[in-house]
Ligand binder design. Structure first.
Ligand code: SF4
Length: 197
């Protein structure tokens, strides 16, 4: 912690020590400014991974959703260290592997659903197996509304599937995708659109 440049606003400011940073991106997922609903052409957040900026994720999400040809479009957010989400990729499934699932701002789930996804699957290493120790725990807490930034309560949980799966658990991933698809098929009607903030 270092002295805040504007002492009237706060006393201290968190400052990253690059030599100690593990490049997990968990801070990106926790920053309220990482929400993709912001209307700016380039999504600039409070803290970012230079080699994997959050703006890139928003751009790729939009492009991949537009390129999906299936009526049932599924977005999968996963982790480079967990089960291999590439096994799910197909005409109706877009996959996004993050450095750690903890890098995912929960608002990206809502954004994907508002932007045409029929459902979102979130995966990452199992509890206790996170490469960066707490990414899985924080992500789960955010998605359950127990930790900020949390997934809004208004987001339909029937369109969201969470599966914690390690390398080698790809069969469980496929089963989770199948479960999500079947559940979505039982629901009807498109989700309402919202204006960007
Ligand atoms: S949360 Fe991860 S990426 Fe962010 S500063 Fe800490 S170690 Fe680095």
């Amino acid at each position: 912690m270092v002295p805040h440049p504007n002492r009237r606003m706060a006393r201290q400011l968190a400052q990253v020590d690059a030599d100690l940073c593990a490049s997990c991106g968990i801070c990106v997922g926790s920053c309220p400014s990482s929400t993709p609903f912001r209307s700016m052409a380039e999504l600039v957040t409070g803290i970012d991974l230079p080699h994997s900026p959050i703006n890139q994720l928003r751009q790729k999400l939009k492009a991949d959703l537009e390129s999906l040809t299936s009526n049932q479009k599924i977005v999968v957010f996963g982790c480079d260290h967990g089960a291999n989400i590439d096994v799910l990729r197909g005409s109706g499934v877009a996959t996004f592997s993050l450095v750690c699932t903890g890098m995912l701002p929960p608002s990206f789930i809502e954004y994907a659903l508002r932007d045409g996804a029929s459902g979102v699957l979130v995966t990452g290493c199992q509890n206790g197996g996170c490469e960066f120790r707490l990414g899985q725990k924080w992500t789960q807490a955010r998605l359950e509304g127990q930790r900020e930034p949390s997934l809004r309560a208004s987001v339909s949980r029937s369109h969201l599937q969470i599966i914690w799966a390690d390398v080698g658990d790809e069969a469980a991933l496929k089963q989770a995708l199948s479960t999500l698809k079947n559940r979505i098929a039982l629901t009807q009607g498109p989700l309402p659109t919202v204006e960007p903030i």
